[in-house]
Design a protein around this ligand. Structure first.
Ligand code: PMP
Length: 447
């Protein structure tokens, strides 16, 4: 037998041994040795309704027996239409149209291309630039990477892309301007106007932002009045506001969509992750109806992906959305998130390696520092986020580590369990995390 046929040919970023999964149910995953892990990060902040949901499994079986796949330009399908109707029903009033994709990066790519096509359709073809923020994460494909500012994932590819102009995100713990809220007058939001003027408003198509920063910053809610300033500036210069709700959507932050925290009306919204909760690849772009009307009246939107809007993906999305809405999982996320945040703050009192606890709903994060007073990050080689994550894994808890951002922050971990988590399970999570922080602190003290 050829040696290469006996080796596992799969390759990912993980270099160390990871266990083989045996099964998953609710908020738990078991490996082949029978060890149980609490899924404290919902995978990559995706499994919002938890694992093995009977209603979703039932929907999958029924749809598989009917029609698994038809191509969107050849057949309309019931699940796609019904899911779109439900999405529009639950979304902000500005968002009346749905364009399906199969993942978060596809959603972001589609959003910016739709925005560009809209400006072209109005005879405003000079508008092609997108402004985004640092730090940020918008996906791994090259267009989404151009909007992203998170060195560990984009630095190698910078020569290949035309990086988008960026303004500081509202990262109050490490304010770019050295100010503090609310006396800062939201300099980071007003930076958008300065950047637009610098680029020439006639060249700017859209502004792209995560409503609550996720993968790059670790659960970063903005000040409550941040997006009102952003919305006003976008309107003043006829620039579209594109929200990347890939991580924050579908109940994660305590509202069905994070923009509902501020009654914010976006022009285009990118969705994925919790939309099908890991049961199938699915994503969407939602947008204003007049954007679609204008685009369709002038030659259409020359863009699309083969798997988009297939019956199985949409049947799953329909069942997941029903579960989230019928069982009030956004409200549950708000309540359990509060309990979790309180517990994390108690851990911060005990463990000085925690510089800041932040988040909203069940999207929470810990940022680590070597000196709490000066907010100095740990040295990069100590990989503190990975260390805490490894200790948690050993203790049967999964959390999601992120590396220091462009040297401008500390390592952090995301703690974001499925929205179905119960009070006692939040306490169990905190207990396991506490033990892991204890072990990590001891190791760092000896380092
Ligand atoms: N946008 C945001 C805000 C994300 O968090 C992610 C994934 N972490 C993406 C886009 C990309 O999604 P995907 O990995 O499904 O392409």
């Amino acid at each position: 037998m050829n040696a290469s046929t006996t080796q596992n040919p799969l390759f990912y970023q993980t270099s160390s041994h990871i266990p083989l999964v045996s099964r998953a149910e609710g908020i738990y995953i078991w490996d082949e040795d029978g060890k149980r892990y609490m899924d404290g990060s919902s995978g990559a902040i995706i499994c919002n309704i938890g694992h093995g949901d009977p209603a979703v499994l039932d929907a999958i079986t029924q749809q598989a027996q009917s029609t698994f796949f038809t191509y969107r330009t050849q057949f309309e399908n019931g699940p796609a239409v019904e899911l779109a109707q439900q999405l529009v029903h639950h979304a902000a009033s500005s968002l009346s149209r749905v364009f399906y994709v199969s993942g978060g990066s596809e959603a972001v790519e589609s959003a910016i291309k739709l925005c560009r096509t809209y400006h072209l359709s109005r005879g405003d073809g000079g508008r092609y630039l997108f402004i985004s923020r640092f730090p940020s994460y918008h996906g791994s494909t090259l267009g989404a990477l151009a909007l992203t500012s998170y060195a560990p994932l984009e630095i190698h590819y910078r020569p290949m892309i035309k990086s988008a102009p960026k303004i500081p995100a509202p990262y109050c713990y490490r304010c770019h301007y050295g100010q503090s809220y609310p006396t800062c007058s939201l300099s980071c939001a007003h930076a958008l106007e300065t950047m637009i003027k610098q680029l020439g408003p006639e060249n700017v198509a859209g502004f792209v932002a995560e409503p609550i920063g996720g993968a790059s910053t670790g659960a970063l809610p903005p000040p409550d009045d941040y997006f009102a300033v952003i919305r006003k500036i976008c309107d003043k210069y006829s620039i579209l506001l594109i929200l990347d709700e890939v991580m924050t959507g579908f109940g994660r932050t305590g509202k069905l969509f994070a923009y509902q925290h501020w009654d914010l009306q976006a022009d285009i919204v990118a969705l994925s992750k919790g939309m099908a909760s890991g049961y199938f690849p699915l994503g969407a772009v939602m947008c204003r109806g007049d954007i679609v009307d204008s685009v369709l009246a002038t030659g259409g939107f020359p863009h699309g992906h083969t798997y988009a809007g297939n019956p199985m993906a949409c049947a799953v999305g329909r069942a997941v959305l029903k579960r989230i809405v019928d069982d009030g999982l956004a409200d549950r996320a708000a309540a359990m998130g509060e309990r979790l945040l309180q517990g994390l703050r108690r851990l911060a009192v005990k463990y000085p390696i925690i510089g800041e606890v932040r988040g909203k709903g069940l999207l929470t994060a810990l940022e680590f520092v070597s000196d709490r007073d000066t907010r100095t990050p740990f040295a990069d080689h100590l990989q503190v986020g990975n260390l805490v994550t490894a200790r948690a894994f050993a203790n049967g808890l999964i959390v999601y580590p992120r590396r220091s951002i462009n040297g401008l922050s500390g390592d952090h971990i995301l703690v974001a369990p499925p929205l179905i988590i119960k009070e006692t399970e939040v306490d169990e999570l905190l207990d396991r995390l506490g033990r892991s922080l204890d072990e990590a602190s001891t190791r760092l003290a000896g380092a």
